[in-house]
Design a binder for this molecule. Sequence first.
Ligand code: G3P
Length: 218
Amino acid sequence: MKFFVDTADTADIKALAESGLLDGVTTNPSLIAKSGRKILDVVAEICAMVPGPVSAEVAATDYDGMMREAAVLQKIADNVCVKLPLTPDGLRACKTLTGDGVMTNVTLCFSAAQALIAAKAGATFVSPFVGRLDDLGQDGMELIADIVQIYDNYPALTTEVLVASVRHPIHVVQAAKLGAHVATLPPNVLRMLYSHPLTDKGLAAFLKDWAATGQTIA
Ligand code: G3P
């Protein structure tokens, strides 16, 4: 499973990229707004730090506007992935951009039918939002299961399932068990994947015992 980080905070991205475990980055208009920076500057900085796909979302809602903005975003770097909303215009733009060899991420997916049509439009990634469905009392992970099953039925559909709106490590584990290709994680959730109190406790005990030996490994 690929791990993307869902943030526009370049300090966080730099630290996480140093782990060597980061496969890409996703941003959205809300995350860019939170950064307080200009989208072109932030995306350029991220693309230089992370070689994998970096999703940058259009703000236009009509096809022509989306295509104009996509052209600007594409110019930033080769690893820009143009993020488009799951609307008729967004899918039309997705189809055109995919035909031009541009990476695309179709976002705001909340149903299996939407995921199916995004794949028909040739999206590189589709982003179902599990956390926002959970918030409504629906099971976001059921949607992931449905999409994975549908895509598996049709090998010609090459769209990757990018699990978004992830809130905790259990989402990641469940999505991995279902065979989702990618999870995009807020930085705090990505860091949580490392954590277990028994790891900390065990390491402290090992270090204490080791110190008592007086040895060094050299
Ligand atoms: O970037 C899309 C998605 O991950 C947003 O998540 O937490 O705003 O529902 P959230």
